[in-house]
Design a protein around this ligand. Structure first.
Ligand SMILES: Nc1ncnc2c1ncn2[C@@H]1O[C@H](COP(=O)(O)OP(=O)(O)O)[C@@H](O)[C@H]1O
Ligand SMILES: [Mg+2]
Length: 373
């Protein structure tokens, strides 16, 4: 049985539908990430799970128990917020112990657990300090320690790392994973940062406008995005989109646009046939466009594109190259190369090849993927 289940959950604030028919199930030890842009309904979903927000319609279950009308404090939930929600007048020790004390835990339990949690998160030398004497990263570890000492059935995180700078964020991700490993309890983690979602989640639910667009592993979201939005939202640099027309020329399926004419793999024919003579959005990941000489895929005369180099951005594995297509109304696109490109290429015209086996196509009306349905 799923440990947590949401079934057709809605949340309406006056005229605004913040959460619009969300359903998902959480495995017993699962770490699920909700990711999406600001305002898409992530916090509202989490608050309904916590019981802090009344559900407009739909049901939430923990195990077989319907939770809709159960008070927050009877849900056995630990929640870590973006602003850490630490009490300024209490010491670090008392902040960590707060939940245990309010549930009248035996003092022996408090004495054991608080120092242990503080040690795990490397704040055991700060136990007598007040929060104002701590850095943001340390305050955040106080909040994580408080979650660690609890015996929650469900762990909820609402952008807990958003206020940390990049270096601390990597460390804190590891801390959160350590906490999850120790607790082995189901967890829902909210972030607007897709790279953080990819780094943390067993599965990731991509939210948009109050709905879940797709719920899958990070790899699946990246390789088989179900919608234009998911394709766009997941991955850095962002996927390239081209408006192409699907046609048949000399018996071959082709995609045409002012910048290129490419021949599509035969296996796509059955899915794309209904689009012949019509326009679709073609999506190509940056690594699926490459300089022909070093391309990790087959280059033919039928998968070429020309571009003018605008910017070259070195990375640990090679570089990202930002280009424009050659026609009058030039379009920008980006490639990631497994090699460095000398800066002397800036302003020059370069031939590139597209790995069409990895091309994505989206219906212009529904914005759903044509190939992965
Ligand atoms: N208490 C509220 N009253 C009215 N509208 C709200 C309230 N809480 C959230 N909203 C609206 O619901 C939408 C989703 O908000 P939220 O769940 O906070 O998004 P996220 O956490 O993904 O940024 C937003 O448009 C927000 O303005
Ligand atoms: Mg939020």
């Amino acid at each position: 049985m799923a440990s947590v289940k949401l079934s057709h959950v809605f949340k309406r604030f006056d005229t605004k539908t913040a959460v619009n028919d969300i359903s998902f199930e959480l495995g017993e030890h699962e770490f699920l990430v909700l990711v999406g842009p600001s305002g898409c309904g992530k916090t509202t979903t989490l608050r309904m799970l916590a019981g802090l927000e009344q559900i407009s319609s739909g049901d939430v279950y923990f195990g077989s128990q319907r939770m809709n009308d159960i008070r927050p404090r009877d849900r056995k939930i630990a929640m870590v917020f973006q602003d850490y929600a630490v009490f300024p007048h209490l010491t670090v020790y008392e902040n960590i112990a707060y939940g245990l004390r309010s549930r009248h835990a035996p003092s022996q339990v408090i004495k054991e657990r608080v120092p242990k949690a503080a040690k795990t998160f490397r704040i055991d030398h700060l136990l007598q300090r007040k929060p104002r004497q701590l850095s943001g990263g340390e305050r955040q570890r106080v909040a994580l320690s408080r979650a660690m000492v609890s015996d929650a059935n469900l762990y909820l995180y609402d952008e807990p790392l958003a206020n940390l700078d990049a270096q601390l964020r990597y460390q804190a991700r590891e801390d959160i994973m350590a906490l999850h490993k120790e607790k082995q309890a189901p967890s829902v983690y909210v972030t607007h940062d897709q790279s953080e979602a990819m780094a943390l989640g067993d599965r990731i639910a991509v939210m948009h406008d109050g709905k879940i667009e797709q719920l899958a592993s990070g790899q699946d979201l990246y390789e088989n995005p179900a919608s234009l939005f998911v394709a766009y939202f997941i991955g850095t640099p962002t996927i390239n989109f081209f408006d192409v027309e699907i046609a048949v020329e000399e018996g071959e399926l082709v995609a045409l646009c002012p910048a290129f004419r490419v021949q599509l793999p035969g296996e796509m024919k059955s899915r794309l046939e209904v689009y012949i003579g019509k326009k679709v959005k073609m999506g190509i990941r940056p690594e699926d466009i490459h300089v022909p000489r070093l391309a990790p895929f087959t280059v033919t005369e039928h998968n070429q594109i020309q571009g003018v180099v605008n910017v070259i951005e070195p990375s640990s594995t090679g570089c990202s190259v930002y280009l424009s297509t050659m026609e009058d109304s030039a379009q920008d696109f980006v490639t990631t190369l497994r090699t460095r490109m000398p800066v002397s290429y800036i302003g020059r015209e370069v031939p590139l090849a597209i790995n069409l086996l990895k091309a994505h196509f989206f219906d212009l009306e529904t914005e759903r993927s044509v190939l992965h349905q």
